[in-house]
Ligand binder design. Structure first.
Ligand SMILES: NCc1[nH]cc(CCC(=O)O)c1CC(=O)O
Length: 305
């Protein structure tokens, strides 16, 4: 193949992460790269995340472009991908994961502890809404959508703060707006947050294989395995965090009541070398324990939750 065509959404975040990926592929393979812009429903809709019709609104147009042969690789924010694999396509690589934490971006340097009573905090994510309610029941949590710059632009205007992924802010060089990083123990984030997924047609994985970072790939597979086992969509109020360290794969996941009135947590670890499918086995253990603790009664887990 003389030119590798990488499909990308036209949003600033997608362009930023695709350009970085294109540069690493070029550096490692010497192949020439062309970026192919693709428009998705998720980019044009201004409806709440909860109402845009379930999982994968960002992914389907990119997948269609791949299957149609309009491009050879697509770069997804892994957390936006539905857990069901697409026919004829595979995740060929997960590059080294960026910061998985959420970040509070507030006016005047405020934090979750110092925001005034009744402060207006914007997020469209049911998980972040539940976490905000749980941590500060007095806050006025506002359901918002729009790209990262639009959201940041409302801070100090009609909102006191927004919660965003640190990885996305970093990719757009907007970490200056962060007033507090939220640690993953008390504030687990969306499965695979901060990770990219490089998708190709089945059989063409070698095009991107050199970019795969196994510890990141295993960790995000474990986190997403919980979603798959719970049959939960990307809008379900679920946080998860996994880590491979010294051969030990650790996974913790938490399901929230949407109003923040309660949650259940399960954490387990196993030696990756001891299992045939370490990510899948660990995810099943954690998900089954969440269900035993009543996760399905606590929160709507389905795709349009
Ligand atoms: N759902 C939108 C989305 N998809 C990926 C990121 C951030 C980057 C990442 O987690 O990889 C964001 C923005 C956000 O949640 O703040």
């Amino acid at each position: 193949m003389s030119v590798l065509r990488i499909g990308t959404r036209a949003s600033a975040l997608a362009m930023a992460q695709t350009r970085t990926t294109a540069d690493s592929i070029a550096a490692r393979t010497g192949v020439e790269i062309e970026l192919v812009p693709v428009t998705t429903e998720g980019d044009t809709s201004t409806a709440s995340l909860k109402n845009v019709g379930g999982t994968g609104v960002f992914a389907s147009a990119l997948r269609e472009a791949l299957l149609a042969g309009d491009c050879d690789v697509v770069v997804h924010s892994f957390k936006d991908l539905p857990t069901a694999p697409a026919d004829g396509l595979v995740i060929g690589a997960v590059p080294k994961r960026a910061d998985a934490r959420d970040a509070l971006c507030a006016r005047d340097g405020l934090t979750l502890d110092t925001l005034p009573e009744g402060a207006r905090v914007g997020t469209g994510s049911p998980r972040r809404q539940a976490q905000l309610h749980a941590r500060r029941p007095d806050l006025d949590v506002v359901d918002i959508r729009g790209n990262i710059d639009t959201r940041l632009g409302r801070v100090g205007d009609d909102l006191d703060a927004v919660v965003l992924a640190a990885a996305g802010l970093d990719r757009l060089h907007r970490l200056d707006a962060v007033t507090q990083y939220l640690e993953l123990g008390p504030w687990p984030t969306a499965p695979a947050q901060g990770a990219l997924a490089l998708e190709t047609r089945r059989g063409e994985e070698r095009l991107v294989a050199k970019l795969d970072h196994r510890p990141s790939h295993l960790a995000v597979s474990a986190e997403r395995g919980v979603l798959a086992r719970l049959e939960a969509g990307c809008a379900a109020p679920i946080g998860a965090h996994a880590l491979l360290e010294d051969g030990l794969l650790f996974l913790s996941a938490r399901v929230y009541a949407p109003d923040g009135s309660g949650h259940v947590t399960s954490s387990h670890a196993l030696y990756a070398a001891d299992a045939k499918h370490p990510a899948g086995e660990l995810a099943e253990r954690v998900a089954d324990e969440l269900l035993e603790q009543g996760a399905a009664d606590l929160a709507p887990l389905g795709g349009t939750a």
